[in-house]
Design a protein around this ligand. Structure first.
Ligand SMILES: [Zn+2]
Length: 463
């Protein structure tokens, strides 16, 4: 079984699923009030990679990721634009799925929306009030973190030191600055729901605990998200489950930051670049490769240089796919290893990739093995060892598919006009008609392709 760094234990441990042969995963999803940024792209790709890999190994993965469609930021944007909250959430949820589809991220098995679970959240808050773990303030209901003995487990700090480091509290009703809102009483003209404790809306931390337990059940396997969610969001989700006596996530995993220009990607740093912008200018597969080339817990630097480098690397794999006429895998569907016929060359590659992936999702080592295999497959083919080369190339393609990296070698993947221009250019070059070949290259460039000369002829990729 795969070993992952568990943020609650502070060490790499084997994933120990509740049900044999199955893995249940909850990933905190987006708050849909703006275009997704680069960090969201990494967030989606890292956990898509884990999901694909576990599925490839034959596990039945149930993957749930929510959509937060009620939040202060949504209300603020709706106010600023003089439109309804529904319009904001519909617009930005559509942008979210567009970006994730472009990245080849498989859709979750369930995408619960917070606004569809308000009744269950109210019921949970009522139970916490009945247990005296929650209390009422002027502006809503709060959770008393001192009632959870191991509060601070995910933060890696005991309650006392968290309390010492907490911001000065502006709400004088709260017992501790660490206490968090379960329910926010309605302010004027805000979306609200009626409840036994007055009209209002639930807090974010309550949303995820209700939806994860509701859809995956007590004691589900893995709760994941970005490092920025570890504390307080995940700590507070967990605190509510603990207070209710319900076994929560068996494992916790968190991924690292996206850096832009050496700084942590954040809107407040004014270095916000939307994922939507990036995908309009780049082959989405290059961003996946860029993410795969870093360990998920390390920061990654996203810059024109690192993206261009990933594009060049991807072009090498695409050229291999063209040379060996490999089918494009890793589309909408998730690949399964049992469907692959491995020969000796291929099995050795698979075992190397597997060892890396099972060791805390070491994708950089897995990707390095794939590039070494590409070099070896080309060398074998050059030497005339066609059968072994073809077998290794097919295994490489299967492993890329397992990581969600779709190689485009089949010319039918190109549109008919692009394919015609590529073929004409190759014919012109074969006849040494350089000026004609250059005209076809210009036509391809005008259609938005970067044109390169691969071992098998013209290779095109998106600019
Ligand atoms: Zn969450």
């Amino acid at each position: 079984m795969i070993r992952l760094y568990d943020s609650a234990r502070g060490s790499v441990v084997p994933l120990d699923p509740r049900d044999e042969g199955a893995v249940s995963i909850y990933l905190c999803g987006p708050t849909v009030y703006d275009l997704p940024h680069l960090g969201h792209g990494r967030h989606a790709l890292v956990w898509d990679t884990l999901r694909r890999w576990l599925t490839f190994g034959g596990l039945a993965v149930r993957f749930v990721s929510n959509v937060t469609d009620i939040d202060d930021k949504i209300i603020a944007r709706a106010d600023a634009e003089h439109v309804g909250e529904d319009e904001i959430t519909a617009t930005y949820e559509a942008a979210w799925w567009d970006a994730l589809d472009a990245l080849g991220v498989a859709r979750p098995d369930a995408t619960p929306h917070a606004t569809a679970y308000v009744d269950q959240m109210i019921a949970l808050i009522e139970r916490l009030l009945a247990l005296d773990v929650a209390y009422e303030c002027e502006d809503g209901i709060y959770f008393d973190v001192s009632r959870v003995a191991d509060y601070g487990l995910l933060a890696g700090q005991p309650l006392e030191s968290l309390r010492a480091g907490a911001r000065v509290e502006s709400n004088p009703d709260k017992r501790s600055p660490l206490d968090f809102a379960l329910w926010k009483n309605a302010k004027f003209a805000e979306p609200s729901w009626s409840s036994p404790f007055g009209s209002g809306r639930p807090g974010w931390h309550t949303e995820c605990v209700v939806m994860s337990l509701g859809l995956l059940g007590d004691d589900f396997d893995l709760h994941c998200g970005g490092l920025d969610l570890k504390f307080p969001h995940h700590e507070n989700e967990r605190a509510q489950a603990v207070a209710l006596g319900r076994p929560f996530a068996r494992h916790w995993a968190h991924h690292g930051w996206v850096m832009v220009g050496g700084e942590k990607m954040s809107k407040s740093l004014h270095n916000f670049t939307s994922l939507t912008d990036l995908l309009a200018q780049t082959d989405a597969r290059a961003y996946r490769l860029l993410v795969l080339r870093s360990h998920y817990r390390s920061p990654i630097e996203v810059s024109p240089a690192t993206v261009a480098d990933a594009e060049r690397a991807l072009a090498r794999l695409d050229a291999l796919a063209r040379r060996f006429a490999l089918p494009a895998l890793a589309g909408e569907g998730l690949e399964v290893a049992s469907g692959v016929v491995w020969g000796d060359e291929g099995l050795a590659l698979y075992e190397t990739v597997e060892a890396a992936m099972e060791d805390d999702l070491d994708t950089p080592s897995a990707v390095a093995a794939l590039f070494e295999a590409a070099t070896r497959a080309n060398a074998l083919a050059d030497e005339g060892a066609t059968a072994r080369a073809t077998e290794l190339a097919a295994a490489l393609n299967a492993c890329c598919g397992a990581l969600g990296l779709r190689l485009i070698g089949d010319e039918s993947a190109l549109d008919a006009e692009t394919l015609r221009l590529v073929t004409r250019r190759d014919q012109a070059r074969a006849q040494r008609e350089w000026a004609v070949a250059d005209r076809y290259r210009d036509d391809l460039v005008a259609r938005g392709w970067v044109v390169e000369d691969g071992p098998g002829g013209t290779v095109v990729r998106r600019a």
